[in-house]
Design a protein around this ligand. Sequence first.
Ligand SMILES: [Mg+2]
Length: 231
Amino acid sequence: MSKPRLLLFDIDGTLLDTRGSGLGALLDAAEEVFGVPRDSLPPLDLAGATDGGVVRKLFSDAGLPMTEEHAQRYRDSYLGHLKRRLHADVFAGRLLPAVEELLAALGKHDHVHLGLLTGNLRIGAGYKLKRFLIDHHFIDGAFGDDAEDRNLLGPIAVERMTKARGHPFVVEEVIVIGDTPKDIACARALGARCLGVATGAFGVHHLSPHAPWQCLVDFTETERVVELLVK
Ligand SMILES: [Mg+2]
């Protein structure tokens, strides 16, 4: 019998593309809660970032002290705007190529368990996955509310999935799937393999120098991807 396999998926750029709804909502919340125009803030680099880290940077850019109460107001505002943008008539987001096929195919393997390893706040992750009806594939994971440093999220994800599934996962059986050099670094910090996928802001030639275990253009060769992930 195969050992339990744990696949930890990133969300943005890996499973889906919100076409800027996440960034838009972060800036909506900055305008609403900080009272600063979005154009006055320095650009945000969201690729592989955690929402916790981004919120801290926004407070710093706005020159405001980040009290827990103020940060909570900011997060609530962000989540409200995110939900509104995801369901707006002009929403142009999409699932990335062959994601539905891949998740369905992985679901047929009893020894394979799917979790999340994402910088999104837990509630925001839920909004994004539900928008595309893929939330039911994932039981638990680690999120941007757990740590500002993505490299700390791996062990949290493994621990939560262990509790959710009722059995441990050895690190040799864990694969992190993500679209940025930060996903690759996060897998390395955990001691796990990383499958890089070039459907976000980074091409294969940008990801490969970071030495992921495997690197794909996208998931369209679904059978090959499943083979890689389950064997
Ligand atoms: Mg990503």
